[in-house]
Design a protein around this ligand. Structure first.
Ligand SMILES: [Fe+2]
Ligand SMILES: [Fe+2]
Length: 202
């Protein structure tokens, strides 16, 4: 996605009056099917959504509404990437603003690639989507070249693959290091969490 200038040119999203207004998960899946015909890309978003939801519940002790907000951000963060790569993630932000969705969800989506969109992650939800996004895709790519997929895959083998720069070369290692440097967890802990929580996502 580096070939386009994706800077959003603003850091305020949505309307504070829309706080608490969420799409249902069913509505989000419907939007996803409409906007993202590519099933591999759909799977990426379902995986990030599962990680966000699990993290919110298990690590942030989030209530049901808050966990739904985290899950929604994961589900929709790349919703416009397939059809509008040159304006990713402007289109989905505008769509969610049109639908009066909670500004924290929109800000989370807007900050999932600070270097590209020019929006810094602020909340824990923002930080975790940044942490999970590239690593989730990387770990899935690593699982695909293993005869048993996720089975028996461990943190050590993922770390080794990360150091092999020719593997999944499009995954920017600097973005991963930058994201991890902003949270309290180690890279090893995050990899472990991803391995545990995304292996069964379909
Ligand atoms: Fe993205
Ligand atoms: Fe993504």
């Amino acid at each position: 996605m580096t070939q386009h200038n994706l800077h959003l040119g603003r850091t305020q999203f949505g309307n504070i009056a829309d706080a608490g207004n969420l799409l249902s998960i069913e509505e989000a899946h419907h939007l996803l099917r409409e906007w993202v015909p590519n099933e591999k890309l759909q799977l990426h978003m379902k995986q990030v959504a599962a990680l966000m939801k699990a993290w919110a519940i298990e690590r942030e002790r989030a209530d049901a509404d808050s966990a739904q907000a985290w899950e929604l951000a994961g589900l929709l963060h790349d919703a416009d990437w397939e059809k509008y790569p040159e304006t990713h993630c402007k289109k989905i932000i505008e769509e969610l603003e049109r639908r009066h969705i909670d500004p924290t969800v929109i800000h989370c989506i807007a900050s999932h690639g600070p270097k590209y969109f020019g929006v810094e992650p602020e909340t824990k939800m923002d930080l975790m989507i940044y942490v999970f996004d590239e690593l989730s895709g990387f770990i899935h790519a690593a699982s695909l070249i293993r005869p048993m997929g996720y089975e028996g895959m461990d943190t050590k083998s993922v770390l080794k693959k990360l150091k092999t720069l020719s593997f999944a070369a499009q995954v920017n290692r600097e973005d991963i290091t930058d994201a991890i440097s902003r949270v309290d967890q180690t890279l090893e802990e995050i990899i472990q969490f991803i391995l545990e929580h995304q292996k069964d996502v379909r």
